[in-house]
Write a protein that binds this ligand. Structure first.
Ligand SMILES: *Cc1c(COP(=O)(O)O)cnc(C)c1O
Length: 355
């Protein structure tokens, strides 16, 4: 039986997507050829790329609004430097909410002055800083909407006159936001969209072309836009599986429908963490809790072996917390079913009963 996969990334994808993807590897579109052995310039693959780019914009409500969607390589980690390469002339503002923000800041420092507007490093990133000020002369403001490792999620984004850049790797397509407030969004595929190997970048064209440095072709958003995301051979398999996942999401009713389910899953798990005396939540404030990654600990570490045995016996995978946080992390991405969360909650209840 398929496991209940709470892995933080790479992670669960819809079972129907896995099935279609595996069929396409053997025989794509009835061509009697594999998806991964045909030319990326062939009509069949160009259609895949165009549909994926279009559907990404459609889900975000960003069609015909001056945005372009790109499927690039190098992971979200490449975007840490690419955003700065393309947008940072003198000074940029960053909100530091976790390990990924920290890495984005480190990369951007190579290109100019970085103002860290606020940081939650003082408490091992267990909260989202509020009431910070974004300097109005910054080239852009960068934030991480969901902190995969620590289990915090931003609810509010600053009102600012400077371009808003956001790493949405671990919560893209999971909740409704006014995406038109953002000027550049990036997300590695392997958390809510597809296999590792491609990164979605959604960029408002008007913010490009403003830095004076020369930008190498592969790192230049403009080059990828002009070449329709096919400047070089794209990651054909990850892009195709991302398309399948975006189609699956559309059939489910899109972001509004999946957000309802994501809220049910998160409510169910967090209420058990709050109710059950054997567990404590990691995140300090309720409003900062992530609906994608719930982090929690045992009230008594001495019971670790017993709890670990119980959830493994229940067919649960990937519950261990990140090494920098410890404890447990239940990642509840779009494709994880409410049923799987019920199984976890039942295990937590059983753990209490047998204490
Ligand atoms: C996983 C993750 C990354 C890193 O993604 P890579 O594709 O491995 O480079 C960056 N930011 C966030 C928020 C993530 O969850």
């Amino acid at each position: 039986m398929k496991k209940h996969n709470f892995s933080a990334g790479p992670c669960v994808l819809p079972q129907s997507v896995m099935q279609k993807a595996s069929e396409a590897v053997v025989n794509f579109n009835g061509l009697n050829l594999s998806l991964i052995e045909i030319s990326h310039r062939s009509k069949d693959f160009v259609t895949v790329m165009e549909s994926a780019r279009e559907l990404a914009l459609e889900h975000l409500g960003l069609q015909n609004k001056g945005y372009k969607a790109l499927f690039l390589q190098g992971g979200a980690s490449m975007e840490f430097l690419m955003t700065a390469y393309n947008l940072l002339e003198k000074k940029a503002a960053y909100l530091n909410t976790g390990a990924w923000s920290d890495k984005a800041i480190k990369e951007a420092k190579t290109f100019g002055e970085i103002v860290e507007v606020a940081s939650s490093k003082d408490h091992n990133f267990n909260y989202i800083p509020k009431n910070y000020i974004v300097p109005s002369d910054a080239d852009y403001f960068h934030c991480t909407s969901n902190n995969t490792i620590f289990g915090t999620q931003m609810q509010d984004f600053p009102e600012t006159n400077v371009p808003l850049v956001c790493d949405m790797s671990s919560d893209i397509f999971s909740r409704q936001l006014d995406f038109s407030r953002f000027d550049l969004i990036y997300a590695g595929a392997q958390k809510n969209m597809g296999p590792a190997g491609t990164t979605l970048v959604v960029v408002k064209e008007a913010i490009l072309g403003k830095v004076s440095r020369d930008i190498p072709s592969m790192l230049n958003y403009k080059v990828h836009i002009d070449k329709d995301s096919m400047f070089n051979t794209p990651a054909v398999f990850p892009v195709y599986v991302s398309l399948l996942t975006l189609e699956w999401l559309k059939e489910k009713g899109g972001i509004p429908a999946i957000e309802k389910i994501n809220t049910q899953k998160a409510d169910l798990l967090y209420s058990e963490i709050d109710r059950n005396p054997l567990f404590t939540g990691f995140v300090a404030n309720e409003e900062d809790r992530s609906k994608m990654n719930a982090t929690f600990n045992l009230a008594d570490e001495g019971h670790k072996d017993r709890f670990d045995t119980l959830w493994k016996e229940a067919g649960i995978n990937g519950l261990n917390g990140h090494r920098s946080v410890g404890g447990y992390r239940a990642s509840m991405y779009n494709a994880l079913t409410l049923e799987s969360v019920k199984v976890l909650v039942d295990v937590m209840k059983e753990f209490e009963r047998k204490a």
